[in-house]
Design a protein around this ligand. Structure first.
Ligand SMILES: [Zn+2]
Length: 111
């Protein structure tokens, strides 16, 4: 999925969480969606370019990031952050798909 689609959808997620909770929670939950984007930025910077949709687009990276969010911001934000990363993965299932179990497997989940 194109990056601008991620951004537009996250504007809606941000506004929804801001409406339901508060500004800080909205910012943190929205930031979780862009954690997998780190490997896209690495590709653009020429650092570990082959890791796009692998290094941060897997269930283990999402789990670790969610635990970090849980510890820093509490269980609700940890859960919402995890769901927002899964939402990111769902958007990336087109094309090459994502290596959902990387580094254990190179299997690519895709539509
Ligand atoms: Zn992605």
């Amino acid at each position: 999925m194109k990056q601008w689609v991620h951004v537009i959808l996250q504007v809606f997620i941000f506004l929804l969480v801001y409406y339901l909770l508060d500004l800080k929670s909205a910012a943190v939950v929205t930031s979780a969606h862009f954690i997998p984007t780190i490997d896209f930025l690495m590709l653009k910077l020429g650092v570990l370019g082959g890791m796009h949709r692998r290094l941060f687009h897997n269930i283990f990276a999402a789990g670790i990031a969610s635990l970090l969010y849980y510890q820093l911001f509490g269980p609700l934000i940890g859960l919402l952050g995890f769901l927002n990363m899964i939402f990111h993965f769902a958007l990336d299932l087109t094309g090459r798909g994502i290596a959902i179990f990387y580094p254990l497997s190179e299997y690519r989940l895709r539509l």
